[in-house]
Design a protein around this ligand. Structure first.
Ligand code: ADP
Length: 190
């Protein structure tokens, strides 16, 4: 099984590129952001707990997302691997993922990282806010907090995966098709 971590700051294009990646490599797409938004929409206790955190641009607790991922690993069958989108987002989550996979005799295949600058992040999210209407995209101070959270807690994963020899960085600037071709040319070699 392949286990890809799709990495990048908010607005880097992870969700946009994930569809063609899962199709080409027969993967199951697991987006913790999407899973959390469906918990919120369904009004579950987990959704209620996550809602205020997400709308303020903060992370939900590590145990919550780790539990969601473990549950999906347990009940997804018939795929060649997983594309983890938005997970891990902290070193603790990356370590938990490594432990989960180790127990199955598996390991992260690669961290595919879409990189864009902070200025581009804000522009893209402002654009997405007009199209998708996500509550956490609407307020500039919330977007700024997500960018700050990325630098404070998530960016350290670059070193984590680089040290493991698994870090593959891709320039996230350009058209959707251009970025997609860059991703494919890296992943075709893995
Ligand atoms: P984006 O990449 O645009 O920030 P996501 O859809 O990946 O959006 O995530 C939306 C929000 O869901 C995050 O800002 C965070 O509050 C929460 N979230 C998603 N994944 C995680 C995670 N792995 N750990 C903690 N919180 C998460």
């Amino acid at each position: 099984m392949k286990y890809y971590v799709l990495f990048g700051p908010p607005g880097a294009g992870k969700g946009t590129q994930a569809g063609s990646m899962v199709e080409r490599y027969h993967l199951c797409h697991l987006s913790t952001g999407e899973l959390l938004r469906s918990e919120i929409a369904a009004g579950t206790p987990l959704g209620l707990q996550a809602r205020a955190l997400i709308e303020a641009g903060n992370l939900v607790p590590d145990e919550v997302v780790e539990g969601m991922i473990a549950a999906k690993f347990a009940d997804t069958k018939g795929v060649e691997g997983f594309l983890l989108d938005g997970f891990p987002r902290t070193i603790a989550q990356a370590e938990a993922l490594d432990r989960m996979l180790q127990e199955k005799g598996e390991a992260v295949t690669a961290c595919v990282s879409l990189m864009i600058e902070d200025a581009v992040i804000s522009e893209r999210i402002a654009h997405r806010a007009r199209i998708e209407g996500r509550a956490d995209d609407a307020r500039p101070e919330v977007v700024q907090n997500r960018i700050n959270t990325y630098h404070a807690k998530t960016e350290a994963l670059i070193t984590y995966y680089r040290q493991a020899g698994k870090y593959q960085e891709i320039d996230g600037l350009g058209s959707i098709e251009e970025v997609r071709e860059r991703i494919f040319s890296v992943m075709d070699q893995l």
